[in-house]
Structure formats: C-alpha cells, structure tokens
Design a protein. Structure first.
Length: 271
C-alpha cells in the first residue's frame, strides 16, 4: 500500500489511529485500512435499530469466534468511548454498507444523513489485530505483501442461530508454510477476543469453499505450492446473518474498510 501524505508526514503502518480517523473523516481516504496504524485495533461494525439489536447480541454471544463483541453503544450514540477518544461512528469508516430488509442498497463514505437516534452499534474484533504480532514473529502476510484486501470466503460451517440471525460462517485465508502455520496457530490462540486460533487449515473443500481464486469478499492472493491455506473466523460473518434476518435497517463497514480505534493490539493478547 502506498503511503499517503498527511500533515507533513505519511499515513502508513506507523501512523496513529487518530491521524487515520481524521483523514478518513475528511473524505481524503476511502481505501482499505489493512496495514494502517499497525499497533492499533481495527474493528468491524454492525449498526441496528434498538428493537432488533437484542437478537443480534445473542447471536454474537453464541458465536464468539466470528463475532467477538468488543463494545456496544447506547442507542443513538455515535461516540464509542470504550474504543477511543473522538470517534465518530458516522464518519470514521472509509466505506459503509447500508442494508434494508436484508438487501445491500448502497455503499457510502459517511452515514451522517441517515443516522437515527435508535441505532445501536456493535464493535466486533478483526483479525487485522493479530496480524501485527504475526509480522513481528517473522511470518509474512501475503495480502499485505501484495497490497490487497484479505480474501474472505463463505463456508459450510454453520453458526448458532438467535432469533432470525443465523447462516454460514465467513472465514479469512492466509497462505503459510507448514512451520509458519504452526507458529501462527500458537500466536493467534493468544487473541481470543479477535477471532483466536484458526477454524481450519488445508483442503478448502472440507468447509465448502470450491475455488480459492474466487473469494466472496476481498481479493485473491498468490498461494505457493509449498503453502497451506489457513482459515480464521471472520467478522464479515454478520453480513451473512443479516441477509438471513432481513432487519429493516442495518449499517456495516464494507469488507476491509474498518474503524481504527485507539486500543492497542496487545490489549487483547492473553498470557
């Protein structure tokens, strides 16, 4: 990813979360957030009317691997103090998706005009959090090396339903050599609040993935002959649940376009 100039510096892995949010809020950055502000936790967002938020909370609690809830707002509040200062949930995500009755109606750069006083926001952990630790351990991350979004796939792994929310799990995939895959399992097991250890490695057909070159979300990446595909539960899973539940209104991030918080990655690591 090419760094972008910002206040006389560059926007990259060393940038602060606040600088990234301010640039996104200004409308000057609408791209992917992978690789930005590498020390800071990025989160998936799900925003629902309060009347429909209870079932979703139960769904997330029953499915902590793909839906690890890190914070929940009060209805109508667009700040999220548990995750950082000066967060504006209406403007601090590069791309939002707007769903009505289960259909994705639009992708937009902010949601100021459609914000409602009854919207409850869920901040859900993202695998970008453990990627920085993998890099520190010398494990290369292919989609970062290739300047792409992480590949995401719908699977045959079923979530535990709650109310109208249910459906299949979405996973992210990172190709790794066997020795790196073993180390990655050890490292990511220390991050249960942001998806934790992989849910599968090896043959993608065993979890219902027919073609790794055609991800459902994100971008395909190169897989070498001596590498295994390793799959982690993904925070895009709620978007599949939304297609099934068909709430009257739901707003999410677009895949790969996350909220960058002030929380540090090591805050979510266990000993």
């Amino acid at each position: 990813m090419q760094p972008m100039a910002f206040h006389g510096s560059t926007l990259n892995a060393q940038s602060s979360a606040a600088d990234c949010r301010h640039l996104i809020r200004s409308g000057a950055w609408g791209g992917l957030t992978a690789g930005l502000a590498a020390r800071y936790v990025q989160v998936n967002l799900v925003m629902l009317p309060a009347a429909e938020a209870g079932d979703f909370l139960r769904f997330a609690q029953r499915n902590p691997k793909p839906c690890p809830v890190l914070a929940v707002s009060e209805p109508g509040e667009f700040a999220l103090p548990e995750m950082g200062d000066d967060i504006d949930l209406r403007r601090d995500v590069p791309r939002y998706r707007i769903f009505e009755d289960g259909q994705c109606m639009a992708e937009v750069g902010d949601i100021v005009e459609i914000w409602r006083d009854d919207l409850v926001t869920f901040a859900i952990g993202c695998s970008f959090t453990f990627e920085h630790t993998l890099l520190e351990a010398g494990i290369a991350i292919r989609h970062l090396d290739e300047g792409r979004n992480v590949p995401m796939y719908r699977t045959s792994i079923q979530t535990h339903p709650a109310g109208r929310f249910g459906g299949g799990m979405v996973v992210t995939m990172r190709p790794l050599k066997a020795v790196d895959a073993i180390r990655a399992i050890q490292i990511t097991s220390r991050f249960p609040g942001v998806h934790g250890a992989p849910v599968h490695l090896g043959d993608p057909a065993l979890i219902g993935i027919a073609d790794l070159s055609r991800p459902d979300f994100g971008d395909a990446v190169t897989i070498a002959a001596d590498e295994l595909p390793v799959f982690w539960a993904c925070g895009a899973t709620p978007q599949i649940a939304l297609l099934q539940a068909k709430p009257s209104l739901c707003i999410t991030h677009a895949p790969g376009h996350m909220l960058i918080t002030d929380r540090l990655n090591h805050d979510y690591a266990t000993l």
